[in-house]
Design a protein around this ligand. Sequence first.
Ligand SMILES: Nc1ncnc2c1ncn2[C@@H]1O[C@H](COP(=O)(O)OP(=O)(O)OP(=O)(O)O)[C@@H](O)[C@H]1O
Ligand SMILES: [Mg+2]
Length: 218
Amino acid sequence: MRTILVLNAKGGSGKSTLATTLASYYAVRGQRVALADMDVQRSSLDWLALRDTDRPEIKAIDAVHQGLRIPPGVDVMIIDAPAGTHGDALSALVQRAQTILIPVVPSPVDMRAAERFMAELTTIKGIERHKAKVATIANRAREGTQATTALEAQLEHLKLPDGRKLPFLARLRSSVNYLRAAERGGSIFEFAPTATEPDRECWAPILRWLSSARSLPS
Ligand SMILES: Nc1ncnc2c1ncn2[C@@H]1O[C@H](COP(=O)(O)OP(=O)(O)OP(=O)(O)O)[C@@H](O)[C@H]1O
Ligand SMILES: [Mg+2]
């Protein structure tokens, strides 16, 4: 089973948006997907509840109340982490993941928080020993703005303690399609391609990395 964790201790960076989008992407491709919500806010579970029954099925895991119990026969499990995950809770969560995606939004406050969070994350044993592969994503980023340029420079220079670079995968634009997706329990991979093409293009490098061995434990 493939396990992908969407993580950032900072609130509002796009974790639930990424987690639900990815769950939908794999479900549309015919994979048996489970979406685990670890957050008392229940954003991912709310999204699943809004989802039409005729859309490709995604199994719900209410990890806050039932733990990370994986239903049988799942191919891909996406974990939506809560804000404020640090210390032992962070270490425990990292041990459950093969792949970790970190969305960061271009704002000075978020970038400072991301710097501290990455410093904590990269010293966790599972990551140091490459048991889980980590990559970053700039979210809600407008090309050419000072804030986006600064964020990209920050994300491009992130390294593990052993000097290995952490991949910075993509810049996701701010798009009303994600708000529509949140309203309807759908995703850019389920809406009309004409309306979502620019967003799908932004996702291409993320999906490429996720389908490569580089995103799996070595
Ligand atoms: N690329 C985007 N374009 C437009 N809106 C976005 C984008 N990414 C996220 N959002 C919106 O920003 C808000 C915060 O996103 P989201 O809930 O995914 O963040 P989060 O990291 O899960 O937050 P929390 O830490 O509170 O769980 C939501 O309203 C979401 O719809
Ligand atoms: Mg969330």
